[in-house]
Design a binder for this molecule. Structure first.
Ligand SMILES: [Zn+2]
Length: 220
């Protein structure tokens, strides 16, 4: 049985869950600056409230055994996802400094959990030659059709204050420590939301309410 002194760090457990931030309600709006590369996982729905991380996504190796990808390839029906498919969905984690949340000034480091819908928009800007680390971003959860489920707006660059720079440095360090637990194989999750979003474009936390213990509550 491992023991730990009270002033010691344990790998993967040093980040407080409250550092996660996401858009969980219609109309939620976050303004932020991205401070480092994104981290992502592939999630297969394997139960009412259960997902498992895709080992192919985790290793980047298409030949890696993954029983759930194999089920998807065989075209088996998945009773636990409204798409009826076993294909994985990608979920993204951005280390950020939160400028504002729902209009309230924050100025703190956080890990923004978001979906492929948001990531694709930012990727488009990066592909167009924009320095995505320089700009501020505003993402709003509108709901409705997948194409407009989130609005993603690039804002003018505003430099980080000295305090925000400290926050950025700290969240980058915390994010590194947290990655192993994000790669953890299974999660208990909230049931999928009712919105008609194609598999692979689903937002994490779609049906989870409130802040706090996102690691336990969110479908990711
Ligand atoms: Zn898989």
């Amino acid at each position: 049985m491992p023991t730990v002194d009270y002033n010691e760090d344990i790998e993967g457990m040093t980040v407080f869950k409250s550092q996660f931030i996401g858009l969980r309600e219609k109309g939620d709006k976050i303004k932020f600056k991205i401070v480092d590369k994104a981290f992502y996982v592939g999630k297969h729905w394997i139960g009412e409230k259960q997902t498992v991380n895709c080992s192919r996504v985790a290793t980047g190796d298409k030949n890696e055994p993954c029983e759930w990808c194999e089920k998807a390839e065989q075209g088996l029906e998945n009773p636990y996802h409204r798409s009826k498919k076993y294909d994985y969905g990608l979920q993204f984690y951005y280390p950020i400094v939160t400028r504002e949340f729902n209009g309230k000034k924050i100025g703190e480091g956080a890990i923004f959990q978001t979906s492929q819908l948001v990531h694709n928009r930012i990727k488009e800007e990066a592909a167009a030659g924009i320095d995505i680390y320089k700009s501020d971003w505003m993402v709003t959860r509108n709901e409705g059709k997948p194409a407009s489920y989130y609005s993603v707006i690039r804002l003018d660059p505003v430099p980080l204050s000295v305090e925000e720079q400290k926050e950025a440095k700290q969240i980058k360090e915390d994010f590194e420590k947290l990655k192993p637990s994000l790669e953890g194989k299974e999660s208990k999750m909230a049931p999928p939301a009712e919105e008609e979003i194609p598999l692979g474009e689903e937002a994490p936390g779609e049906s989870a309410k409130g802040g706090g213990d996102l690691l336990d509550d969110l479908p990711f």
